[in-house]
Design a binder for this molecule. Structure first.
Ligand SMILES: [Fe+2]
Length: 156
């Protein structure tokens, strides 16, 4: 059935594509955070093991919300792993077990996503006339900012 929510087809398509690209990178960050939860070593093992679990659980929730936002504006979310990898832009370097390297890598990914979201928030509103997706992206931005702060707080 036709989606009639006051956003042109072209704009809904552009927003859905940008959200699918974001969804792919959230998958990479989710998987990386979970991998670090398994591989971390060092004196604060349990601290990091639990920290990462909290963050990948939050990322899983965000992934679900992004996919459902894409459905809300009338498109399908990319759910195939092979296609997700093609869409994703974040790197997956060999997993370090050392805590400082893991933190730096995760912070870098959060910051990449934060900077992209900052642009999407503006584009969704001004360019694509989709204030709902702009507001939604603002919520994601704040969650990533807080997660990045938590990770950054272990480093000086
Ligand atoms: Fe676990």
């Amino acid at each position: 059935m036709k989606v009639n929510i006051g956003i042109t087809d072209k704009n809904r398509q552009a927003v859905a594509y940008a959200l699918n690209q974001l969804l792919a990178d959230e998958h990479i960050l989710y998987n990386k955070t979970r991998n670090y939860h398994w591989s971390v070593e060092g004196p604060s093992f349990m601290e990091f093991h639990k920290l990462y679990e909290g963050q990948y659980t939050q990322l899983a929730e965000m992934i679900d919300e992004i996919a459902e936002r894409i459905r809300t504006i009338g498109h399908f979310a990319e759910g195939r792993l092979k296609e997700i990898i093609k869409l994703a832009q974040l790197d997956e370097p060999d997993p370090p077990s050392e805590q400082a390297s893991q933190l730096a890598n995760l912070i870098g990914d959060h910051e990449t996503i934060i900077n992209r979201l900052r642009k999407l928030i503006k584009d969704f509103d001004e360019k694509h006339k989709d204030i709902g997706s702009s507001d939604f992206a603002t919520g994601l931005l704040k969650q990533h900012e807080k997660m990045a702060w938590m990770l950054r707080s272990y480093l000086r």
